[in-house]
Design a protein around this ligand. Structure first.
Ligand code: URA
Length: 242
């Protein structure tokens, strides 16, 4: 599956002739109900083109990543339940609306996931944010939990787990285990991610079918160093240091 040709699609407004709408590579579809891929709009594809480009400098990389992160958070919030909420407007009428039910928190997988914290704060004022540090153990070459700081009452919250790149899935799956060990039910976890590999998505869907994944793009596959391809390189390096 990893090497099958990715789909392409004509992009641009429908009032334009087909010949004037360029073809671009769009996300692979996936056959899992728990995985939601953002609509492959011209806007999103243009933003992804910016951050994938090796010639994009750090300031632009941050700016355009933040725009995609904002789209992911907004879409992620659509997957949280709401309850009826009727209000009165200043002109004396009622409006039958809704409001979010329950509390949420963010949990970033360090270091790259921390880049998504601001996008979450921009949408959810004073949201609590926890952190998890998982790194590869040099001896076993398996992911190992080095540090976590999570809200005490995390088991009562909906958790938005943040990590921009889902490659082999090792860290994200371990993060789910940590959350479950603190009493968070699987179906209260939403994993927000910019680019995923088909391998990582499959692992997630097989092992945690109740965890919802919201991603901007499922890419072609992984290379021999487990980088996502075509990908964008090392997200943490490009966001924080390059
Ligand atoms: N992490 C990254 O930053 N990039 C990849 O391609 C895979 C994991």
């Amino acid at each position: 599956a990893s090497d099958s040709q990715p789909p392409s699609q004509c992009l641009g407004p429908e009032y334009r002739d087909e010949a004037e709408r360029p073809e671009a590579t769009v996300s692979k579809p996936v056959p899992h109900d728990n995985v939601h891929i953002l609509a492959q709009t011209p806007q999103l594809i243009a933003l992804l083109t910016m951050i994938r480009d090796k010639n994009t400098g750090r300031a632009d990389f941050i700016f355009y990543s933040n725009r995609i992160i904002r789209l992911l958070v907004e879409e992620g919030l659509n997957h949280l339940p709401v309850v009826s909420h009727e209000i009165s407007t200043p002109v004396g009428r009622h409006y039958a609306g809704v409001k979010f039910e329950g509390k949420i928190c963010g949990v970033s997988i360090m270091r790259a996931g921390e880049s998504m914290e601001q996008g979450l704060r921009d949408c959810c004022r004073s949201v609590r944010i926890g952190k998890i540090l998982i790194q590869r153990d040099e001896e076993t070459s398996k992911p190992k939990l080095y540090y976590d700081k999570l809200p005490e009452d995390i088991s009562d919250r909906w958790v938005l787990l943040l990590d921009p790149m889902l490659a082999t899935g090792g860290s994200a799956l371990m993060a789910i285990e940590v959350l479950k060990s603190r009493g968070v039910p699987e179906d209260h976890i939403l994993f927000l991610n910019l680019i995923a590999s088909p391998e990582g998505i499959k692992k997630f869907a097989d092992e945690y079918p109740k965890v919802r994944v919201v991603t901007a793009f499922v890419d072609q596959g992984l290379d021999e160093k487990n980088y996502i391809v075509p990908g964008l390189g090392d997200f943490g390096d490009r966001f924080y240091t390059m």
